[in-house]
Design a protein around this ligand. Structure first.
Ligand code: MIC
Ligand code: SF4
Length: 644
């Protein structure tokens, strides 16, 4: 039987496991890694503790794109730490201002057929050029930098066929929203989504990257496009045609699910607050007042996106009641916009130009007014993520964003008349001056630390029984933005777990942090798809610091479950989801014979307060069990190194 694109890359990178057994653990050799600053400080601290002098990958890049406000010494200190650690360990450093990690990696480093893991959940963006690109926790990236394999469950294979041709004002973003409407934020869990069909021929690499970027919101392991003549043309325009290899699935490849999307009838779509799968047509909510519009983020900040925005804004003005921001995705995009004059049209419209960084997407400035509605070309609209707790965020295409900014209400972009023709250049302006090369191996370079960098929490170690109260009960689809919020006030403390811990779960329960601390040890109860969203391992390290020993839920999101295991917090799922009913904060739960239980895959939990027992599943691979028994991934890796 033939292979899918992802299966071909897996086969050529498999170092352990059986890829014919879906759901079983497989280990992959990793060619490239990326980190960003909000997760990178931890990743390099972890790499340091591994005691490996230089990274062993073909290429590793440390980006600074999340924390760029610099409202105190913290960000600057973290950037300096990352720059110095990158230099010492053989990692390229993409300095602040050079752009958003995923956009820059797509432009300058990604290559078809290779593997990439990144400490950011939107790493699948590079799937737009036929790369197997997966988001991971910082510790997993640290291990991969040290030459270790990356472990995942062998995913199911989904195929989405695009038929026909997009109509004017309907875009790649609308395709992303349509698949979210069909599959929901849980629909891609455990799967890789391969895109194909005759409709992809018309999509450029940055448009494909919009789609693979938002595949993260499906919960998918990753998403991937073939590498074809469109890919070759993009790489040629970036001066990198030498890395092109063609890559396609075999005609007899088999898929666990096939979905067809008809581009001819697709409409402009919008995800309403507070979930990326809350998708309706723009037409159906047209006329709703808009306070703010933001264009940018790793989803929609390519040169093509920006040229469309500038062409639509040309000769028009942003409505008086709307604040509009534009953040180009990279220095390459910004300099080309400026060179061709398109930037002038954006400025003349009254839109505010922000730097080439994540910015408003992660609540780093540009938070909406209270109770406001913000239309964004981004990928996430979780509650509170914008920095304004009672604001709503809608996710839209750049076209819908511009139309709504001009009219001050949600507007179907087709109201703008005729879509101007966008001429893409044959060659991009290549200048890698924003990427600093590491010091030569063996040179005496020093790592520079500031006072904001605190040691990460010690694992509690493994214990065969836990008796602890419940510190929190939450429902379905809890995101890592609930568990460990970001934003301008908190993000500068990503390397200071004790300080961060004050904000844990503050979006849904302000008393959690104090309560968990006073309980000493505790257990969290949750619903389905617990931990969706970001790859931030802080969503595991902070609960670890607060004494959380186990999390019992209906189901987990992939990266968060791996982060819990790496932090040695037990990830457990209810054998019968109905057992979640009736558990309350303060209930005392006892788990005994945990070591045997995790071998069997089942543990019995006794609710002493309610005088009831129920079973939880603990379905862990041998390696995961060993990580838990060792007290986390770092002690496990050290031990493995000692035994090697
Ligand atoms: C996000 O979009 O939520 C982030 C910020 O990029 C995160 C990483 C982080 O929390 O630092 C992600 O997606 O992994
Ligand atoms: Fe940055 Fe937003 Fe992309 Fe996360 S989703 S990497 S915060 S632009």
């Amino acid at each position: 039987m033939g292979l899918t694109i992802a299966e071909k890359i897996i086969a050529s990178h498999l170092v352990d496991g059986d890829m014919t057994k879906k759901g079983s653990q497989i280990a992959l050799r990793i060619d490239q890694t990326l980190t960003q600053d909000a997760t990178g400080t931890m990743a390099y601290l972890e790499f340091e503790t591994m005691g490996i002098p230089r990274v062993k990958t073909e290429l590793s890049v440390a980006y600074v794109d999340h924390n760029t406000l610099g409202a105190g010494f913290e960000n600057a200190d973290d950037h300096r730490y990352i720059r110095s650690a990158a230099s010492k360990f053989g990692v390229r450093f993409s300095r602040p201002g050079n752009g958003i990690c995923h956009q820059v990696h797509l432009e300058r480093f990604g290559r078809p057929g290779a593997t990439l893991i990144g400490s950011d959940s939107h790493t699948p963006t590079c799937g737009g050029l036929g790369m197997l690109a997966i988001g991971a926790g910082g510790m997993d990236v640290a291990v991969a930098m040290g030459g270790g394999a990356y472990y995942i469950s062998m995913p199911k294979m989904y195929r989405v066929n695009l038929h026909g041709k997009l109509r004017p004002f309907v875009t790649a973003k609308d395709i992303s929203l349509e698949i979210l409407r069909i599959l929901s934020v849980k629909g891609g869990v455990g799967a890789i989504v391969e895109w194909g069909g005759e409709g992809i021929a018309e999509l450029s690499v940055p448009e494909r990257a919009t789609i693979t970027n938002m595949g993260t919101e499906l919960g998918a392991t990753t998403s991937i496009f073939p590498s074809d003549e469109v890919t070759r043309a993009f790489l040629r325009a970036q001066g990198r045609e030498d890395v092109y290899v063609p890559l396609a699935s075999d005609a007899d490849a088999s898929y666990d699910r096939v979905i067809d999307i008809d581009l001819d009838t697709l409409e402009p779509l919008i995800a309403m607050p507070h979930s990326p799968d809350n998708v309706v047509t723009v037409k159906s909510v047209a006329g709703t007042r808009v306070d703010q519009v933001c264009v940018g983020s790793c989803t929609n900040s390519s040169l093509y996106d920006m040229l469309k925005v500038s062409a639509l804004l040309r000769g028009r003005r942003v409505a008086d009641t709307v604040d509009m921001s534009v953040s180009p995705g990279s220095r390459q995009v910004l300099s080309m916009l400026s060179a061709c004059g398109a930037l002038g049209d954006i400025i003349a419209s009254g839109a505010r130009l922000l730097e080439c960084a994540c910015g408003p997407c992660i609540g780093m400035g540009f938070s909406p007014n209270s109770g406001g509605l913000s239309l964004r070309t981004f990928n996430r609209n979780f509650e509170g993520r914008s920095g304004t707790r009672d604001a709503g965020v809608c996710l839209v295409s750049p076209e819908t964003a511009v139309a709504s900014a001009i009219y001050g209400v949600i507007t179907d972009p087709r109201e703008l008349g005729v879509m101007p023709k966008i001429d893409m250049p044959d060659a991009f302006a290549v200048d890698d001056g924003g990427v600093i090369m590491p010091a030569p191996a063996g040179s005496d370079s020093e790592i520079l630390r500031g006072p904001n960098i605190k040691p990460f929490p010690e694992s509690a170690g493994f214990s065969d029984s836990i008796s602890a109260p419940v510190s929190l009960v939450v429902g379905d689809n809890i995101t890592t933005d609930h568990i460990m919020p970001a934003g301008a006030k908190i993000l500068p403390y990503r390397s200071n777990i004790p300080y961060l811990s004050r904000f844990c779960f503050s979006v849904c329960d302000e008393g959690f942090s104090e309560r968990a601390k006073s309980m000493g040890q505790s257990i969290i109860i949750g619903g389905a798809n617990y931990g969706q969203g970001s790859s931030r391992e802080h969503a595991a390290l902070v609960p670890l610091y607060l004494g959380v020993r186990a999390v019992i839920v209906k189901s987990f999101a992939r990266i968060h479950m791996a982060n819990l295991i790496n932090a040695s917090i037990l990830p457990l799922t209810f054998a019968d989801p109905a057992d979640a009913d009736g558990i309350e904060i303060g209930d005392m739960l006892s788990l005994n014979d945990i070591g045997d239980g995790i071998k069997r895959g089942t543990i019995t939990v006794r609710n002493e307060t309610k005088n009831k027992s129920f079973d939880v599943k603990c379905e862990l691979s041998l390696r995961m069990r060993e990580i838990i028994l060792a007290g986390g991934l770092l002690p496990y890796t050290k031990k493995a190194g000692e035994n090697a």
